[in-house]
Structures are given as C-alpha cells and as structure tokens.
Design a protein around this ligand. Sequence first.
Ligand code: SF4
Ligand code: SF4
Length: 382
Amino acid sequence: MVDLGFGMMRLPLLDENDVTSIDIEQVKKMVDVYMESGFNHFDTAFVYHEGVGEKTFKECVVDRYPRESFKIATKLPLFVITEESQLEPIFAQQLENCGVDYIDYYMLHNVSGFTENAWKNVDLYSFIQKKKEEGFIKHIGISTHGNAEFLEEILFDHPELEFVLLQINYLDWEDENIESKKCLEVAKKYGKEVMIMEPFKGGFLTDVPEEAEKLMKDYNPDAPVASWAMRFVAGLEGASVTLTGASSLEQLKENIESFKNFTPLNDEELEIIYEVSDIINSNITVDCTKCRYCVDACTEEINIAKIFDLYNKEKIVNKKGESWTQFGNAYLNYSKLPDVGLASDCIGCENCIEECPQQINIPEVLKEVAETFETEGYGFTD
Ligand code: SF4
Ligand code: SF4
C-alpha cells in the first residue's frame, strides 16, 4: 500500500495574504499527529513559502525529533539556476535550512519546458549524482509536471535516477496534458519508485461542486469528499508515497483517517469518481493548482494563484450572475492590501506563462478576471 507523506507546500498561515507567515504552532501539532500515526516522510522545497519552507521543516521536525525517526525530501530550485557555480552554495544552504547532514530524497524541482535553461545548460544530473556519492543524498530523482513522452525521454537518458514525483489524482488520470495514468506506467516501465503529488489537485478534489458532492454523499454519507481522492491514489499499484498537502490540522487528521481505514475504491465507486470528474471539469474555469510558480515571476506583484482561486469559486457559485458574492468581496478586500497587483495591472509581459506547469495563458485569464471582479457591482469605482 502507498505510504502517506507530509507535503509542506501549503502550510497553515497566520496571515492569509502572506505565505511566509506560517502558523508554526499549528504545524508542530500537525507534525506530532502525523508522526504519532506512524508516518515519517516529509516533503519540502527550497522555494516553498517563499524560502521559509525548509526552515519551518527544521523548526517543527528536525529540532524536535531524532534524525533517524524521519525522512526528508527536498528539491533543487531549477527556476533560479543558470550556471554551475550556483549549485554548491544552494545545496549547502538547503542542508543548513533543513538542519540535516544528509537528504533522504533529493529532486530536481519540476523538470519541464520552463526550467530547460537550467537542465539543458547546467549538468544538474552529474551534480546530484556526485552529492549522492559524497553521502549528502540517499536517493536522487526528479519532480515533473511533464507529460508521459517527456518523462520517458528523461528516464531513458538518465538511468541513474531512482524515483520520480508525479502529479497524480483522479481528475488528471486521463487528462491529455497531465497524463497521470500514462506517466505512472512509464515510471513503472523504467522500474522507478513513484511518489505522488497533488492527490487533491490543489484543493479541487476536497471542495467539489454541489452536484458532485451529492453523488458521493448519496453513495456513502459518512465518507468525506477528500477521502475519495485519497483512496484513489492510495490504491494505485506502483506508487510508494502520496503527499498530503494539508493546510490545517483538521485536514491532516482527515487524510490520516482515510489512510488508516483504507479500502480500495470498488467498481461502483470508480464509476462515481468518473462522473464526479466530468462534473468538476465542466465547472473548473481555470485549471490552476495554486503552486505559485508564476507569482515569483510577476513584476507587478499580482497574486495570481489567489486571484484564480477566487475566480474559480466565483464561477462555480455564481452561475446566475449575481451582482455580489463573497468571492467578489474577497477580491475587493485583496485589492485594498498594500503592494499587491490587481488582475488589471497585468502588463502582458508573459513572463509567467512559461512558469506554469498547467500551461495556463495567465494574462488572458487575468483579463477575464478583471472584467468579472473589477466592476462597479463589486465595489470598484475607477
Ligand atoms: S503577464 Fe501579467 S501576470 Fe504574467 S508576469 Fe507579466 S504582468 Fe505578471
Ligand atoms: S497559474 Fe499556473 S503557475 Fe500560477 S499558481 Fe496556477 S498552476 Fe501554478
């Protein structure tokens, strides 16, 4: 059976508009509950929470538990790498951030089209192999949002890789861009260990449209919506770990429950999942998983991930074109924060597009967002 990993990408915040304001006390409680439940695999990255993710891992795990009691996975930030001389200092910084002498699972972060400047121009694979030989890394791998053909090329060229972290969930299973199912098959064909990210697709699968939730609740009133997504990935053959990106203690406890009482989805339940996928797909306006890679690239300080989240929710709840909704109101509140960019502040530079693993045409969607939210009805007067 697949193990449950603690993904530290979307930790609880004290201020929802500041991703560095991690609620450390809550994370410590989450870590304790997770460890007490018999799990021990943590996953972070240099770039998570704008650079404080690895330090949070140190504070909440390394400083409180013996080294041999947990495993840590972290990632080399390909987004910022242009030359070889950067590799040693960044890696040394990561060991210091995490407070460890070695990393259990070290990945090239998001090998894909938009990080090709790094992996085409710098010999990253030799670097991680060297670090492994020096004893600073136990296992080397990659994370990628690329499709199956792209993955196959990498695995063919780099037999030294031991594992891959892939985006797998029931919504992306047959998706023609993500190709979760095909990617899993490719990884298995090359004999690689597979770890799973985005089992809830950035929260889409925990907060499904009413119609979809009804299908699930009619079949099993006691099963939380998220448990269906968790059971889907927990039952996949060939995967070793699935990361829960829980943002609260409550969510984490729910995920742990789903895992402890795991039973594979039966044929009837799989049918329901496919129906639910159709409903969700017909409701999602922007396929954004809130990874925030684009946000760092935006010179106009536009919190694209947050804005798209509000826009998606608005589109789901406001089918009748109501003149006021809580999401429009939340957008108005966001607009009043200091130093934030609005959708209409987008200058169309397109820097963000190549950062997006979901291949969203961000400036185009931002235009639609501005037309929806930045109107008189929602309190915008300009
Ligand atoms: S296209 Fe718009 S959203 Fe994208 S980086 Fe440029 S200003 Fe920011
Ligand atoms: S728009 Fe793309 S890059 Fe930006 S947060 Fe969403 S999925 Fe991530």
